[in-house]
Design a protein. Structure first.
Lengths: 219, 219
DNA sequence: GTGAAATAAATTGTTGACAATATTCCGTGG
DNA sequence: CCACGGAATATTGTCAACAATTTATTTCAC
């Protein structure tokens, strides 16, 4: 599915860089993406930036308006709620589809990623935290055996990054994430599918709650 | 969500035209999309085509390879199976999320679309069949109240169009589709949620079966 | 001083040409 | 006859300049 990741490399590079920018908060929701400005920043041409923005739009991270350019997507509290609801459904389903026992190499990979993530948290290396966290979940849910479900889950995770990292930079929170990753791996190793599904859903709740509290109650 | 539909209209026009091309079989799986060729065909520039292709890639309808361009996506029998599995999960879930009773205007709209679809089937107007069928399902699943779930369902439906219309051109089949749409509306009107969910899942089976039979058994 | 129209600046949208890469075709040597 | 290499072709990737549109600023009337 993602064999196209490496292709069209220059544009793809910018896309990923901009994703990181959005995730770590260098770009805020509603912030306008000015093409020439970005072209200078990434030392490239407007054309490349432009194409990258098209892809970000397709991924649901920015919105474009005719003759007005693109700006970082901002979701309303209601939309955030809906987003997390979908993620719960999808991730729970994926967890329940995993065939046990899982093979050892896959598990070892997961454990390695988890450790790298934990280390990054301790050294407060935001870039690595984001990258390893993303990889962890990708690897985890790829175990469900359905590439489409796995892909959708990734897409939705990307979108919730739009709202997540503005709220989740405290070390306490990040350490809790690490703990929950461990619990998930425990359930995986034990082959306890119901518990795994529950943990995956629970894993989504802190960031959901934090965001909604910050933004105030619904309606 | 889809407020961006009307923006960057020229590109979007081409995207939809190409989607139709793929769906009605003017473009075959694995067929190469040559930019200049398409530019002449749609009487526009390569740049517009190029951008349209980027969006088709993001939608999962074509695959791009560096310096080699794009070609219509071809799914293996295994992938088709996975695709339909996801669709079952999503559509069943959406059906179960619909809040009853649904409001009358929405239902009337659905009934109108259903009728238009039925008429198109009788007159064998492929273009209209495709359009109304798509609209029917979009309208139906938008009732679930979750725009993200609704969007994902549409995305997956688009992808299965890649394999569907090569198998489903017989009038008998299309009439069966019409019947099933009526049954779905009946369940909606009756507020029978369980039956609705079942019908939605069943509605996916004929095309799934037809494809897999044609391609032979799995593995 | 306020509001509206006109002007200026900034930004996006479009185009054509050129460069880099891949594919095809043909001829040569084995 | 087949395999290999190299030129010719086709196709994609990149760039810079220009046009159209939106946004900000200034000016003028009241």
């Amino acid at each position: 599915m993602d064999q196209r990741k490496r292709s069209i490399s220059k544009v793809q590079e910018i896309v990923q860089a901009l994703e990181v920018d959005i995730v770590i908060g260098r770009l805020y929701p509603r912030e306008h993406l000015v093409e020439e400005q970005l072209a200078r920043r990434f030392d490239t041409t407007r054309h490349v930036i432009r194409q990258a923005i098209v892809e970000l739009d397709a991924a649901g991270l920015v919105v474009r308006e005719a003759n007005k350019g693109a700006s970082v997507c901002e979701y309303s509290p209601d939309e955030v709620n809906q987003l997390y609801t979908v993620r719960e459904i999808l991730e729970r389903q994926a967890a329940l589809m995993i065939q046990f026992p899982i093979d050892q190499p896959a598990f070892n990979t997961l454990e390695k990623i988890r450790a790298a993530h934990a280390a990054a948290v301790e050294s407060s290396d935001m870039m690595t935290i984001v990258a390893t966290n993303k990889t962890f979940h990708q690897q985890l849910f790829s175990l469900c055996g359905n590439q489409f479900l796995s892909e959708i889950i990734n897409d939705m995770a990307k979108r919730s990054n739009l709202v997540r990292f503005t709220t989740s930079t405290s070390k306490d929170y990040l350490r809790q994430v690490v703990v929950e990753h461990s619990q998930i791996l425990d359930a995986l190793a034990a082959g306890d599918q119901q518990r795994l599904a529950l943990l995956c859903v629970e894993h989504l709740q802190p960031s959901r709650r934090m965001y909604l509290e910050r933004k105030g109650p619904l309606t």
